[in-house]
Every structure is written in structure tokens, then in C-alpha cells.
Ligand binder design. Structure first.
Ligand code: CA
Length: 224
């Protein structure tokens, strides 16, 4: 995992670089916002640790510039001024996470590692809803740190629902998409598979994600 650290205070930058390197990250360091934008234009990073207080262009401006240009690299913002307003401003500008200074280095490392996991979703092999993820390559689902093996049919059902989050899927459309039948087999096939899927992804967790819409079908969404 390659990380860019943008921080003008040399001691902090070097401390963060060493900590990340000792955890196996490849680390580049920039001391100002313009250098950071140049670095990001030339290298694909898995995450950026971005200090807000920088000489010249500040961290929020760097972040806005990146997002306006379509760059989706996950960003962890750092700031000495841990005000709520600044945090909100940072998250609105497209930051993925925020860590006020002074920070404990182990927490920074853990958050950078978490950024890397978020980065996976832009590669589109990972579908995500709340804390549920589905890897469309390995056919594995994960929720709350627990991994589930899915059968081929369960995988197709979950993938179909995750690609249409918040949309009510009728039993017939599920049968067509997941079983490739163009007729109603007249059984409770869908309900049986939904039940199995629920046991895996919902039984031990809150909030429930897979909801029944009585008489119609099912919907996968965060809110009830
Ligand atoms: Ca700084």
C-alpha cells in the first residue's frame, strides 16, 4: 500500500513516515499543497494523510482540488485545530476520515490501514452497503469483521440486491435475474434463499439490511 504524507512540520512528517514504513507501507512525503497535487498527478496512491495547516495552499484546498478533478484516493485529514466546524468542512470537501492533533501514532497507522480498505470500493470488485461488503471476485461477504462463504446462488442473489440498494425487488424479477427462469416456478424458492442469506448477513448484526416488503418482494437498505 502506497501512502502520501502531506505535512510541512518536518518532525511530524518524519515520525509519521517512519511509523508507516515500519508497518510495511511505501511512503512519499510532501511539504506543501502544490507538491502534493503534483505527486498525486504522477503516482497512484492508496491513501493520503493530509495536514490542513500547510504553507500556501492549505489541506482543505488540496482536497477540494483533488475531488473536483475526479480523484477518489482516500484521504485522512490531520489538524491541530480539532473544531467540529473544520471536521465538517473537511468531510464535506470529500475527506474519508479526520484525526485531530496531537494523535497517538498507533491510531494514525490503524486509520491509514482502514483507508486502504475503503480504497477497494473504487475498484468496483467490492460492493458495499453500511458495514456489509461483497467481494465479486472471491464471492465472499463480510460484515462486522466476520466473513461468510456464499453458495453460487446466494452470491448471485446478494449481488443483485447490492447492485440495486434501496430498490424494491419483486420475487419475479429476482427469479429472472438470479435463477434465469422466465416463469414463476410457483414455489417459495426466493423466500428460502432470502432466509438463508439473512442468517448470514443479518442475524447477528444491527441494523438489519434485508427487508421484506409484504406481498411484493425484498429490499436491501440501511433504514427500515
Ligand atoms: Ca502542518
Amino acid at each position: 500500500m502506497r501512502v502520501l504524507v502531506v505535512e510541512d512540520e518536518k518532525k511530524t512528517a518524519s515520525f509519521v513516515r517512519k511509523a508507516l514504513q515500519s508497518e510495511g507501507f511505501a511512503v512519499d512525503v510532501c511539504g506543501n499543497g502544490d507538491d502534493a497535487l503534483t505527486a498525486v498527478a504522477g503516482t497512484l496512491f492508496d491513501g493520503i494523510v493530509l495536514d490542513i495547516m500547510l504553507p500556501g495552499r492549505d489541506g482543505l484546498s488540496v482536497l477540494r482540488q483533488l475531488r473536483e478533478g475526479g480523484n477518489k484516493t482516500p484521504v485522512l485529514l490531520l489538524s491541530a485545530r480539532g473544531s467540529v466546524n473544520e471536521r465538517v468542512e473537511g468531510l464535506n470537501a470529500g475527506a474519508d476520515d479526520y484525526l485531530p492533533k496531537p494523535f497517538v501514532i498507533a491510531e494514525l497507522v490503524a486509520r491509514v490501514r482502514a483507508l486502504g480498505r475503503r480504497g477497494g470500493e473504487v475498484k468496483s470488485t467490492l460492493l458495499r452497503l453500511a458495514d456489509l461488503t461483497l467481494d465479486t471476485v472471491s464471492h465472499r461477504a463480510e460484515r462486522g469483521g466476520k466473513t461468510f462463504e456464499l453458495t453460487a446462488r446466494e452470491f448471485r442473489l446478494l449481488e443483485f440486491l447490492m447492485r440495486t440498494p434501496g430498490r424494491i425487488c419483486g420475487r419475479m424479477s429476482i427469479i429472472e435475474k438470479v435463477w434465469d427462469y422466465d416463469f414463476d416456478p410457483g414455489t417459495n424458492l426466493v423466500d428460502v434463499y432470502v432466509k438463508r442469506l439473512r442468517e448470514k448477513i443479518d442475524d447477528d448484526f444491527e441494523p438489519k439490511l434485508l427487508h421484506t416488503v409484504r406481498g411484493i418482494g425484498y429490499v436491501l437498505k440501511e433504514a427500515p
